[in-house]
Design a protein around this ligand. Structure first.
Ligand SMILES: [Mn+2]
Length: 278
């Protein structure tokens, strides 16, 4: 071991978003990154992985995605690493459909029809609804909507609608959880609506909007999924090769648009305060 090795080694940190039911792609991308073996078991040691939501819809096996993430979350914690996930708008939709959709006890109401038609229009899968267990629902409703990890403000959606629930991460996360579990279909519908907003950092004032959000909530740089890179960059999905830093470098978009034929990106983020040499 070299004498000038740093005395404190920082664990590696990755972000990934929007697997949308493609469990086989998710497993192979995590395996290529050295985080799981070919069977999908955690081999990432003390690596930290953040998954920014949208496990369900538009792909074949949303429940399979959740099962894989729930398992590696436990395995990573036991190995000294971590897997932490955010609630995406499709989780709000999935939970809303399950609780308030046309197949639910309140299935005849106006909101039940709205949930059902949105769920169909946004790629909902009956096979996911049928396989959701109480354990899945408890895990999903416990997810935070926002995580601050050192320098990073991690969001699913490129929106400032989060601020409609409060002005700190703790208040917002608690308010979204309360909305998802309140038993009020209007609260659940509002979660789906607000988290589906997008493009908040794309205008000329995008850097200022992003800076205002980090000032309020923490971190110094936003990482989000949700709005797919082919749309943000106006390129073909197959031409997406990596994440996109925009809004004067304040914001990093990482959703390659898997459901549209783009890549599922596993993006390594340098630890706070560390810059690549050279
Ligand atoms: Mn989304």
């Amino acid at each position: 071991m070299s004498s000038d090795a740093p005395s404190v080694r920082q664990s590696r940190r990755f972000v990934l978003s929007d697997p949308h039911g493609h469990v086989d792609v998710l497993r192979s991308v995590l395996a290529d990154g050295g985080l799981v073996d070919i069977d999908g078991h955690w081999v990432g040691g003390d690596t930290r992985l953040f998954v920014l939501g949208d496990f369900f819809d538009r792909g074949p096996d949303g429940v399979g995605v959740v099962d894989l993430i729930m398992r590696v979350e436990k395995e990573a914690a036991a190995a000294g690493g971590s897997v932490a996930s955010l609630l995406g708008n499709h989780e709000a939709l999935t939970l809303g459909m399950l609780r308030f959709g046309s197949g639910s006890p309140t299935g005849e109401s106006r909101l039940a029809q709205m949930f059902s038609s949105s769920w169909v229009r946004n790629g909902g899968r009956t096979s996911d609804q049928e396989r959701l267990t109480d354990e899945h629902v408890a895990w999903l409703t416990g997810l935070p909507s926002i995580i601050v990890d050192d320098d990073l403000l991690l969001l699913h959606s490129d929106t400032v609608e989060y601020l409609a629930w409060g002005d700190t991460v703790e208040v917002i996360n608690a308010a979204v959880r309360a909305a998802l579990t309140s038993g009020d279909a209007d609260d659940a519908w509002l979660c789906w609506q607000r988290l589906t907003d997008r493009y908040a950092f794309m205008d000329d004032d995008g850097a200022a909007v992003a800076r205002d959000l980090t000032t309020k909530l923490g971190g110094s740089r936003i990482v989000h999924g949700h709005s797919i890179l082919p749309d943000l960059l106006d390129v073909a999905p197959t031409d997406v090769t990596g994440p996109w830093s925009y809004a004067d470098g304040m914001v990093l978009a990482i959703d390659g648009g898997l459901y549209a034929g783009g890549p599922l990106l596993l993006v390594e983020m340098e630890p706070a305060g560390v810059r690549p040499s050279g």
